[in-house]
Write a protein that binds this ligand. Sequence first.
Ligand code: DP6
Length: 319
Amino acid sequence: MKKTVRAHTNIALIKYWGKADQAMRLPAMSSISMTLDEFYTDTKISDSEKDRFILNGTEQTGKSAQRVFSYLRFLQERFGLSGHLQVESTNHVPTAAGLASSSSAFAALAGAFSSYYDLQINRQELSCLARMGSGSACRSVFGGFAMWQKGNSDLTSYAYAINEQPEMDLHLLAVELNPNPKELSSTNGMQLAKTSPFFQPWLERNQAEIDKMIEAIEQNDFTALGQLAELNANEMHAVNLTAQPGFTYFEPDTIRAIKLVEQLRREGIECYYTIDAGPNVKVMTRLKNVKEITKRFISEFDNVKIVNASFGPGIKYLD
Ligand code: DP6
């Protein structure tokens, strides 16, 4: 059996940034995300004489292939399966987006694995499997707004849909300021973040922030959602700055972009930013402001690339 599975990337509005259990990829906090229509990964698995990972038509070797193969071994062991597999993936996550593709990549891989072996598992179980590939991937099983409840064991740590077809007028402009790969992976960055004296107090705020975000989503309150997502992102980056040793993903252009968002707000153009484990900035706004904000970023930054995204669907089985 050979089925292509499509999973979209997601952007966290309440971040996952710290693990309670490294080996099981159990998060230290719950998180909430928006699945994005513009960016996705298509993956299919087939039989093979040896393990192969082909990404965008090119055979991969080295670290990225090893991560895929060891994930597949883990899944096979879990289900008492064995044998070599070929993974073919196409990433529709333009580097211009400045978005990590691991959420869509591991959600699509988990989906392709379950489809190849006809595992007959539900989306909750699939979300647990995707989590073991990359934490944020467990949320990409669902469309619209998804919540990853941290849980305290493999079977209780999964994502579910808050609303797969939201009516909120919400656009996310992925602003690429710097195309270079990040120096510190999310996996390592979030480990280091735990050494910050602010990490524990931040954790203590997690449940209240989750509740507030769910309320903003349910009330269709863009302002509350944007303010809280921006605050939560700043908390994550404050924790990084105060880790021991401190570090930051910000580049000078990241600060300039933050200041531009603040300036636009002063002018009455409502928008908020969120920033992940890299220097690029994502701006949340309403459709009516997309053009003006795009224009302003293009006039302020040389070589900036901007992609306008909105809500994307959950995992799909294509053929
Ligand atoms: C900043 O899911 O890439 O994007 O579980 O170690 O693979 P691993 O981490 P990963 O981390 C994502 C971090 C983030 C925030 C988020 O997506 O919640």
